[in-house]
Design a protein around this ligand. Structure first.
Ligand SMILES: [Zn+2]
Length: 219
């Protein structure tokens, strides 16, 4: 759906998971968290090089060329830069310690903000680690998942996150409706998702997401 104009590899994957394009459609599959085989998803500072594949990443947001190798973390800003999550705080005092694993997200809102910033900063390891295994989109094929996340990160420019509603169903379950503005080839788009976030083993994780509305035509 909203990835209809994404590069070939992504489009194929989206079609496999496609749902009718209604307001109750599934959450953007790229918004989920993803990674290489093994028992633990990779961190964002190990095995940090990814090859830019031919046929993908042809958007204007691509700084590399097919076949070139890029660092996963090449979008991570200086620590004193304002955090992309929109909190108004410096990255070092906002999502940076959450991304590095120095501390977990303090609450559901913190997780959602950190996940948004991880897309902006191209941190697939964090996104995969913070996806619940109960999430329908969870997969053990971390290599594929990571490639999809990076492709998504490279296909769009992220313009901002706005939280619309935060409601706790219990201390361990929270629903957050949020708006993400983004652009492709300078054309703006947006989507609104309602995410369910849950506490598992003491940490907030992304359990599921429902796409509420979107315009990803980039016309
Ligand atoms: Zn932040």
């Amino acid at each position: 759906m909203f990835v209809a104009s994404a590069p070939t590899r992504a489009r194929t994957y989206a079609q496999r998971r496609a749902r009718p394009a209604t307001n109750s459609a599934r959450a953007p599959q790229r918004w989920r968290c993803a990674a290489t085989s093994g028992d633990v998803p990779p961190t964002d500072d190990d095995a940090g090089d990814t090859a830019v594949r031919r046929g993908a990443f042809f958007g204007r947001f691509l700084r590399g060329r097919p076949g070139q190798t890029r660092r996963r973390m090449d979008r991570v800003p200086e620590p004193e830069t304002a955090c992309a999550c929109g909190s108004g705080r410096a990255y070092s005092r906002c999502c940076m310690p959450v991304h590095t694993g120095a501390r977990p997200a303090a609450d559901a809102e913190g997780l959602l903000r950190a996940r948004y910033a991880a897309y902006v900063y191209r941190l697939p390891g964090y996104l995969m680690r913070t996806t619940s295994k109960n999430n329908p989109d969870y997969t053990d094929d971390w290599g594929l998942w990571e490639a999809e996340i990076l492709e998504f990160c490279d296909s769009y420019k992220f313009l901002g996150l706005e939280l619309i509603d935060v409601s706790y169903a219990s201390p361990d379950v929270c629903f957050i409706q949020f708006l993400v503005r983004l652009a492709r080839n300078s054309a703006p788009g947006f989507f609104i998702e309602r995410s369910r976030l849950t506490v598992e083993r003491g940490k907030w994780l992304y359990a599921s997401g429902k796409l509420i509305s979107y315009d990803m035509s980039f016309a």
